[in-house]
Design a protein around this ligand. Structure first.
Ligand code: 6GP
Length: 832
């Protein structure tokens, strides 16, 4: 093994190797070699991208050594493996993360310096793979990091979208979308496995026939066959030898084009089938917790799930194992319902391809899958129009009918006479048009079902999955989300990392509970000073980026009040706007009032088809334009909308936060993970009792958390009693003033119609109870302001927040999944 900075002292053969050595000289040699031999460049003509690539390849060589060792060992020793199935992975940039996990950040920095290069400047160059929308995709990435760090054999399966989440720009205050061509300069972190491909069928019909033994058989004759090619990315754990695989599938045509049509002169249709096939992995659907009943999306889901299951079966059989033991080799985690079609697909593979009987196939299937739910919004639960489903997956429709027939027989006996419950449990919804309910397929086909925070898991049992819970209570669990401290502390905030490690050592990076050791330092004036100095420096750095990107001056001495996440009504960015306008009005009426200067920073993308969310962005920017330029305000409050929120930008924003806004309507946010990253970086939370906020507050202490708003129970009660937002509006003069002002066109150059859709929905419906929570939010913000005036006390609270966040490491989450659902064990990898 290595001491972490092996520099070719001649004792261990691989340390000498320019492809594996970790010392400064070896790294320098590797970078120069890659520039020359991989890229055919020399320093005089090399561009910034050439150097980035040269370093990336140098790092990749070192990953591959660990990756090959991991794969070899898993194969030889036949370990049980976790397969994580996710339609999204929001990985963030690779280079810096890999340097940290390899433990060679400093060495590489030095090597670069000696070559006349600035490592940070090259790191900035990397285009991140935005293969996800928001929380669900980022969680998958944190989990891949923790799986490797905990040395658990795992494969992540997903789609290699050619275009990831759109890039957001703001023009005239509105969101505009641009395609994310992340692969245009090549991707040094992936390895195409051309030899690893599977044929995936679509459409057509199913023939039934009797085989020689008289058994009824099914033969699916497809209309279209697409090839799925594996692209592998190694995911290295933190300072371990384990490198797991993220295997993403790219769709291609089985033959590059149809020569018959081509020769016959029909060029268009010859090329057409290639285009149709490649379309499947072309682009990520940019929706976050909103269903999109489009054929292409169903095709994407089936495409990657079928490739992945075929791949797992192949791995299993190549190890000389029997198909009957598949569930002993693999446990398959469904990241929400997007891969839930896997339940029917595994049945098809086991029966139609591997000739098992129904009972055994079902036994294996239902011992293989586990399902994580990520949302309580009923409108986000996936369903597929039955006709559409049948036209894309005719064999699976048959299988789902049969799965359902057997299940309904069972349920009819268990729930004798309760027709309503039986029909709600059915996999098939009835109505003017029939539809398939993917959550029901996932629940029935899985041996475990979990929510992502304690409150969420409880609410699942009481609301969207109530009938399932009553029928199968043993399946239900909670697994509170977590985040990786490697990316969200060590990488995003090296200054705070060093300060913490200077007092309690580095053990916390792998065992976040050790942060507890910081608690005594909350009372140490010198430590508090250093703590606030780091925060100030991070705020200065963010201020600089804001100036560069938006030309806007913000004062790092002001309170940085941060609300960053996908834009959605339930997340209530517009409640924050109501607060800002309220504050603005107060100052306008009393220009000399003593107000704590604040910088409100928003960031987040709206689904391109979600009109009200886009209007919320426009509102933020419109209010910003007035507030930021009003001489009466004189810079005391500033509103910033930082464009194109992604992992790269998040890494710059979290460390600079004084205040973390987690203000969703209670009962709507399944967990949240940004809340964890912010608090870990020393921000104080203003939040409702929603998602993981509840657990964060329990851990950091209620005196270090700014609570406001109705609880989930109260929300349900208020709604059931007939909520009337208009009453709140007419009875609260400040609220009324704010709404009237928006409606008067005050923030929109006197155009009084721009925001009408938004204000009307608040006045007449207000599904997310902004008005009911308004006063409580305003009052709580006054307390935040008071607290911030006492910087010493604030520092103490901030330190205690970080010190008490130990629970929220994704290492803890993954250990729970391993012990309580997956039953897998760590396998330390040895390098030979
Ligand atoms: C999100 C939830 O909204 C968020 O609360 C949670 O922290 C995150 O998942 C990870 O569990 N849900 C999604 O992103 C989503 O698309 C269908 O749900």
């Amino acid at each position: 093994a290595t001491n972490g900075n092996g520099n070719g002292n001649g004792h261990s053969p691989y340390l000498e190797d320019s492809r594996t050595g970790l010392g400064v000289d070896t790294l320098k040699r590797a970078i120069r070699n890659n520039l020359f031999y991989v890229q055919g460049k020399f320093p005089e003509i090399a561009t910034r991208n050439d150097y980035y690539m040269a370093i990336a390849y140098a790092v990749r060589d070192r990953l591959l050594q660990r990756w090959v060792a991991s794969v070899k060992q898993y194969i030889q020793e036949k370990h049980r493996v976790v397969a994580y199935l996710s339609a999204e992975y929001l990985l963030g940039p690779h280079l810096a993360n890999n340097l940290i996990n390899l433990g060679i950040y400093k060495e590489t920095e030095q090597a670069c310096k000696e070559l006349g290069l600035d490592l940070d400047w090259l790191i900035e160059k990397e285009v991140e793979p935005g293969l996800g929308n928001g929380g669900l995709g980022r969680l998958a990435a944190c989990y891949m990091d923790s799986l490797a760090t905990l040395e658990v054999p795992a494969i992540g399966y997903g789609i290699r979208y050619q275009f990831g989440i759109f890039e957001q720009d703001i023009r005239d205050g509105w969101q505009v979308e641009d395609t994310d061509n992340w692969l245009r300069r090549g991707n040094p972190w992936e390895i195409a496995r051309r030899e690893l491909s599977y044929d995936i069928k679509f459409g057509g019909y199913v023939q039934t026939y009797l085989d020689r033994a008289g058994k009824l058989c099914f033969n699916w004759i497809p209309e279209l066959v697409v090839k799925g090619v594996a692209y592998d990315t190694p995911i290295l754990g933190y300072k371990v030898n384990t490198a797991n695989t993220l295997r993403l599938w790219k769709s291609e045509a089985p033959h590059s084009f149809d020569f018959q049509s081509f020769n016959a002169g029909d060029y268009n249709s010859a090329v057409n089938s290639k285009i149709i096939c490649e379309n499947i992995s072309k682009v990520l659907y940019p929706n976050d917790e909103q269903i999109e009943g489009k054929r292409l999306r169903l095709q994407q889901q089936y495409f990657f799930v079928s490739c992945s299951l075929q791949d797992m079966i192949g791995i299993h059989l190549r190890q000389g194992e029997k198909i009957h033991d598949f569930h002993k080799k693999f446990v398959v985690q469904l990241n929400d319902t997007h891969p839930a079609i896997g339940v029917a697909e595994l049945m098809r593979l086991l029966m139609d391809v591997h000739q098992l009987e129904w009972e055994e196939a079902w036994d294996i299937t239902s011992k293989t899958f586990a399902y994580t739910n990520h949302t309580l919004l009923p409108e986000a639960l996936e369903t597929w129009d039955l006709q559409l489903f049948g036209s894309v997956l005719p064999r699976h429709l048959q299988l789902i009918y049969e799965i359902n027939r057997r299940f309904v027989d069972y349920a009819t006996i268990k729930l004798y006479g309760n027709h309503q419950k039986i029909s709600s449990l059915s996999l098939i919804g009835e109505g003017p048009r029939k539809y398939i309910k993917m959550a029901n397929l996932a629940c029935l086909g899985s041996f475990a079902i979990n929510g992502v925070a304690a409150l969420h898991s409880e609410l699942l049992k009481k609301t969207v999955l109530k009938d399932w819970y009553e029928l199968m209570p043993h399946k239900f669990q909670n697994k509170t989300n977590g985040v990786t401290p490697r990316r969200w502390m060590v990488l995003a905030n090296p200054e705070l990392t060093n300060l913490i490690s200077s007092r309690i050592g580095e053990g916390w990076i792998k065992n976040l509970h050790e942060l507890k050791g910081l608690e005594p330092f909350a009372d140490d004036p010198e430590f508090r000073k250093e703590w606030m100095q780091v925060k100030f420096n991070k705020k200065k750095a963010l201020a600089k980026r804001i100036k560069k990107r938006l030309g806007l001056d913000v004062d790092p001495n002001s309170m940085f009040d941060i609300l960053v996440k996908r834009i959605h009504e339930y997340k209530r960015q517009h409640l924050k706007v109501l607060h800002i306008i309220t504050l603005y009005n107060q100052i306008k009426k009393n220009p000399n009032m003593d107000v704590v200067p604040r910088t409100f920073i928003f960031a987040g993308k709206a689904a391109p088809g979600y009109r009200k969310a886009k209007l919320m962005i426009k509102l933020i920017n419109s209010v910003g334009e007035i507030v930021n330029n009003d001489p009466d305000i004189n810079g005391r409050i500033k509103v910033v909308f930082y464009p194109n929120y992604n992992v790269t930008n998040a890494q710059k924003i979290y460390p600079a936060a004084d205040v973390s806004e987690q203000i969703s309507t209670a009962g709507k946010e399944a967990s949240g993970t940004g809340n964890m990253k912010l608090s870990l970086n020393g921000a104080l939370t203003v939040g409702t009792l929603d998602g993981a906020n509840v657990e964060i507050r329990e851990c950091v202490g209620e005196e270090n958390f700014f609570l406001f708003g109705l609880t989930a129970d109260e929300v349900a009660k208020v709604k059931s009693e007939g909520y009337k937002p208009w009453d709140y509006y007419s009875e609260n003069p400040n609220l009324k003033e704010v709404i009237d002002q928006i409606n008067s066109g005050y923030f929109s150059h006197l155009d009084s119609k721009v925001f009408k859709e938004l204000t009307d929905s608040l006045l007449y419906d207000d599904q997310y109870l902004l008005f009911a929570d308004y006063q409580s939010y305003i009052d709580t913000q006054a307390k935040v302001e008071e607290a911030f005036k006492d910087q010493d006390k604030w520092a103490r609270m901030s330190i205690l927040n970080t010190a008490r966040m130990g629970k929220f490491s994704s290492d803890r989450s993954i250990r729970e999944y391993c012990d309580e659902i997956w039953k897998v064990e760590s396998v330390p990898v040895t390098l030979d």
